[in-house]
Ligand binder design. Structure first.
Ligand code: 5GP
Ligand code: ZN
Length: 139
């Protein structure tokens, strides 16, 4: 899968990292890319050809699932108009997981973006939180 977001293309020529990104759409040094390719174990909850969803390692609610695109996109701020279908798909996947986990009383979807948004892993992801009463506003 060619990856148009590989900004290292020009600066790093045909390094193994760049070739890997261009070939797979993943980044070798990225934690969530490693989870997607199975080199770091995770508890799978949903997957299809576009996304992979797995349990958060530090759950903040009885249900805390991360939904990630298989393609490496650093954050929501890196999405553009070409990504509207992908972004919609990730939200749809969250609704499917919510149904599977019986979150009939409601749930919350969060996309931390950038430093001020509290994003710690630079691979776009949705948090699906539920199974308890969630307070507002967040911190
Ligand atoms: P962020 O802070 O970027 O919005 O969310 C990153 C999330 O990834 C955090 O909730 C954190 O607990 C989770 N996380 C970090 N490392 C791992 C890991 O190795 N495995 C899993 N399953 N979740 C992780
Ligand atoms: Zn990644």
């Amino acid at each position: 899968m060619p990856n148009r977001r590989c900004r290292a293309d020009n600066s790093r020529g045909s390094s193994p990292e760049v070739r890997y990104v261009l070939y797979t759409g993943r980044v070798m040094s990225c934690l969530f890319c490693k989870i997607i390719d199975g080199s770091i174990p995770s508890t799978a909850l949903f997957e299809d050809d576009i996304c992979y969803a797995f349990a958060d390692i530090h759950p903040q609610a009885p249900v805390h699932v991360l939904v990630v695109p298989r393609e490496h996109i650093p954050s929501m701020a890196d999405c553009n108009q070409d990504d509207t279908q992908l972004m919609g798909h990730l939200l749809w996947a969250a609704t499917q997981i919510a149904q599977l986990r019986n979150l009939d009383g409601g749930y919350r979807v969060v996309v931390n973006t950038g430093e001020d948004g509290g994003q710690t892993v630079e691979h776009l992801h949705l948090h699906l939180l539920g199974g308890r009463l969630l307070t507002w506003p967040p911190g």
